[in-house]
Every structure is written in C-alpha cells, then in structure tokens.
Design a protein around this ligand. Sequence first.
Ligand SMILES: [Mg+2]
Length: 214
Amino acid sequence: MTRGRDDPSIRRLRLESRRRADLHDSGQQGVTAVDENLAGLERRPLALLDRDGVLNKEVGFAHRPEQITWIDGALAALARLNTAGYRVVVVTNQSGVARGLYSEADVIALHGWMSEVAKAHGGRIDAFYFCPFHPEATIEAYRMEHLDRKPSPGMVLRALADFPTDRSRTFLIGDRQSDIEAAKAAGLPGLLFQGGDLDVFVTDTLSQISKMSF
Ligand SMILES: [Mg+2]
C-alpha cells in the first residue's frame, strides 16, 4: 500500500508528532501548542543525544519497548545532565517509518515509554525529534531528502529554535559520523560515543565543557 504525499492522515499525524516531540516536557503527555508551553522558559544549555547506539543498544529498527536495552549508564547520564542544568533533547533518524517497518505513532509511543523510564530513574528527556524520511523510502509520502535527516542539521536547528538555549555549553553526542556532521553543520561540538558507559562519557564531557566555558 502506498500512501500519497498529501494523504491528510499522514499530514495530521506528522504535525501532531512534531508538536508532541516539541512538548515532551515535565511529564506532560498531551498535545499543547509549542509556543504556549515554551514561553517564559529560562535559557539553558542543551544536551542533544542521538538515540540508537547512545541511549539504547543498536539492534536495527527498534520500535517497541521490549527491543530497548539501555546503554550502560544511560539513565544515570540523563539525571546527571538534568542536575547540571541541561535540557536533554533526543534527535534520531527513524527511516524504519519510511521503509514501512513501523509507524510514526509507534515511534511516538516508544518515546513516551522511554521518557517514563527516564523519569522513574530520576531523569528527564525534554523533547524527542525524529526524522521519518528517507530518499529511498518504500512509502512514497516519506520519500525525500529531508533537512531533518542527519547528517543534515534540521532537527538540531529546530531544537535550538524551540528552546531558549545557552549555546556556549550546548553539545551533541552521537555514535556515528553523521551525528557529528549534523552538530558541526549547526555550529555545535559533536562528540563521538563509541560504546562503554554513557554516564562516564557524559561526566568527562561536562568536565571538559566547564573548562572551556568562561
Ligand atoms: Mg546512532
């Protein structure tokens, strides 16, 4: 089944997912207008995190909670970043949507679950941004080169636009070169996480950033 680019159900879902992605804040699950919710927020640094290979082990197209094995130290790292004053934003390519393996609704549901698990461990994920597009999508509506798809910086730029951000301490952590390129294209430092304990990696990162700041 191929759904057209202008299929209203896809358009509506996409809009809704954007709003939800922008909104995953303070445990509030519902859909609220971004500008209402973000108005008056204080300026804080962002920790932009890739998802697969950084927060959860890379298994290829994970889209259900039972497919998520958290990276060692990932949940502690989220809490550490929050305590250090960071907003945590996940930026993830999800071409499985374009390939017809799962839906945007599946991605949103999984992210809701991840958010709840983080919360149960004392951490907070402020927003999820995901890119469902791919130039070779099997579903026509998702077949395009999209600025959101890393190494392009669309999701990073949106997060920077959506949250009042202290850019001097903002960084991105990813496990692939395409993550690092997306950070660079947005003018931010990108740090390559090559496995191990994410909390150790984040602790080192925060200590380096604080030495660089003045
Ligand atoms: Mg990754």
